[in-house]
Design a protein around this ligand. Structure first.
Ligand code: 5GP
Ligand code: ZN
Length: 113
């Protein structure tokens, strides 16, 4: 499958990896929108949150545990941050492999545009 995030997960494409274990990988976003902006993805290809189901749901809880750990390790847990998951055309999803943006290091505005 021609998926850029699968290629990042299996190291066919280089990225600035900040965390990796058997099932997930986290890497800095190529086009950061805040001083800290990384993506956390499952290594398994799941297209979007539309494809989360009873068989693969554990990975989502694990991703949130990884984000929690990275927030504490990098020290932005107390100031706060934002986890973003875009879905489909109206959600602004541009890569069809589920990914969670983690944005930190500045005060973020709400609501989104
Ligand atoms: P989306 O718009 O799908 O929610 O987010 C996709 C994100 O992936 C964007 O923030 C974009 O900057 C990032 N991105 C796209 N291609 C690459 C890449 O090859 N490497 C890295 N590190 N980030 C990428
Ligand atoms: Zn993929």
């Amino acid at each position: 499958m021609d998926c850029i995030f699968c290629k990042i997960a299996n190291k066919e494409i280089e990225s600035a990896i900040i965390y990796e274990d058997d099932s997930v990988i986290a890497f800095n976003d190529l086009n950061p929108q805040s001083p800290i902006h990384f993506l956390v993805i499952p290594k398994e290809h799941i297209s979007s949150a539309n494809d989360i189901n009873e068989d693969n749901k554990e990975i989502i809880g694990h991703i949130f545990c990884v984000i929690n750990k990275l927030a504490k390790d990098k020290g932005f847990d107390k100031d706060g941050y934002r986890i973003v998951n875009n879905i489909g055309k109206d959600g602004g999803q541009s890569v069809n492999h589920i990914h969670f943006h983690v944005l930190a290091g500045r005060s973020l505005q709400w609501p989104p545009g």
